[in-house]
Design a protein around this ligand. Structure first.
Ligand SMILES: C[S@@+](CC[C@H](N)C(=O)[O-])C[C@H]1O[C@@H](n2cnc3c(N)ncnc32)[C@H](O)[C@@H]1O
Length: 202
């Protein structure tokens, strides 16, 4: 029998005890431990960054010589001197120049934990999650350097394989991850793209 839904589960309590803003931080922590998406000194763009759990993990690893930029519809309270955040809808018309201006150089990695407000209608939620993941890939192509890494949340569904195929065209290696901190009843996965090709058709 599956366990009943517990919003204050072990990861929730751990995050609270360790001063992390969201339990989702442990998902990125696991992905980072497995694939080393970013390192000290890197510039990392985090899409769908509020309230800032991913950014806290990124900030620790990139350190004072690196930079984490977070974008979300919601404003994000200050995190650390090496973190900058912007309240923005990722569907807004943003140019490559504007994105590159954020870090002053192309990004070494892009993470996206963006999720739509769920309706409970699975087909609708899947389609909205897919649109966000496609936009994340588009923005990565615009502002990441060749060789950069990418990790993006996606609600699993009929289009998952197609999305994975498109990421595969743009990156040398693709992995699908369902981190341990993912809630049992969630149908989300992370698509990880390693080493962006220089002429990625994403
Ligand atoms: C699961 S939360 C992210 C949690 C975050 N990774 C953390 O660790 O704190 C998903 C976020 O996606 C954001 N989001 C959804 N649609 C967006 C859009 N069109 N533009 C920017 N952010 C969006 C939501 O506002 C929400 O904060």
């Amino acid at each position: 029998m599956s366990k009943p839904y517990d919003p204050r589960d072990r990861f929730f309590r751990k995050a609270k005890a360790e001063g992390l803003r969201a339990r989702s931080a442990y998902k990125l922590d696991e992905i980072q431990k497995r694939y080393r998406l970013f390192k000290s000194g890197d510039a990392v763009l985090d899409l769908g960054a509020a309230p800032g759990g991913f950014l806290q993990i990124i900030a620790r690893i990139v350190g004072p010589s690196g930079l984490a930029i977070g974008i979300d519809l919601e404003p994000i309270p200050a995190i650390a001197p090496n973190v900058r955040t912007i309240a923005l809808d990722i569907y807004a018309d943003v140019s490559r120049a504007r994105l590159l201006e954020l870090a002053g150089r192309p990004f070494d990695a892009v993470t996206s934990d963006m999720a739509p407000k769920t309706t409970g209608i699975r087909a609708t939620d899947e389609a909205r999650s897919l649109a966000l993941a496609q936009r994340a890939l588009e923005l990565t192509r615009l502002c990441a350097r060749p060789g950069a890494h990418f990790a993006c949340k996606l609600f699993m569904g009929g289009e998952t394989k197609n999305y994975e195929r498109v990421v595969r065209e743009g990156f040398e290696e693709v992995r699908i991850v369902r981190p341990e901190a993912t809630r049992q009843r969630s149908f989300e996965i992370y698509v990880v793209g390693l080493r962006m090709r220089s002429r990625a058709k994403v």
